[in-house]
Design a protein around this ligand. Structure first.
Ligand SMILES: CC(C)(COP(=O)(O)OP(=O)(O)OC[C@H]1O[C@@H](n2cnc3c(N)ncnc32)[C@H](O)[C@@H]1OP(=O)(O)O)[C@@H](O)C(=O)NCCC(=O)NCCS
Length: 145
């Protein structure tokens, strides 16, 4: 049970070990903390990591990518990672992370936020639908071998 409202803050280089842990929990793989710290510096301005905390514990993360395009004056905004630890779910952490990312994108002039979700991820689909996302298109992928 949550005692306080979740909070969200942008991550900084000292957060690299925690980000590495969260990405490993989510994806089963992650850069080592020292490599991740360097990568954080490299992606500055393009990828922003938001950390969600509940009851003073690190509960989850969201990564937002914003990139300029030739299609228009505004950046393309995309959520590329979204994870809340099982023990902190259904307490509003995910919602707080998405709202922080949307506000960040809005402040940069973005008019949409995109993301990909596995169509078999029923929880993910329910979560994004509850937050106002709707299906737009299908992704196609070609592996480069
Ligand atoms: C999806 C995920 C990020 C949701 O995080 P969360 O912190 O539990 O979400 P919130 O508590 O902010 O939920 C916001 C709303 O989403 C919906 N929702 C969240 N989890 C849900 C579930 N298990 N079943 C149905 N609806 C759900 C609800 O409408 C919820 O509002 P409510 O609690 O007032 O009913 C989390 O379950 C997770 O990390 N899952 C594994 C990774 C993943 O699937 N990531 C997203 C796809 S890439």
């Amino acid at each position: 049970m949550t005692l306080s409202q979740p909070t969200v803050r942008p991550a900084d280089s000292p957060d690299a070990p925690a980000i590495s842990d969260l990405l490993y929990e989510f994806n089963g793989k992650a850069l080592r903390p020292e490599d991740l710290a360097q990568r954080l510096a490299e992606v500055q301005g393009t990828e922003t990591v938001f950390l969600g905390e509940a009851d003073n514990l690190l509960a989850g993360l969201l990564v937002l990518r914003t990139t300029p395009t030739l299609s228009g004056p505004e950046d393309w905004a995309e959520i590329t990672e979204m994870y809340v630890r099982p023990s902190s779910r259904r307490q509003g952490v995910g919602r707080a992370l998405v709202e922080a990312a949307v506000e960040y994108a809005r402040a940069r002039g973005c008019t949409e936020v995109h993301l990909l979700v596995d169509p078999e991820n029923a929880v993910g689909l329910a979560f994004y639908a509850a937050l106002g996302f709707c299906r737009d298109s299908w992704e196609m992928v070609r592996a480069i071998v």
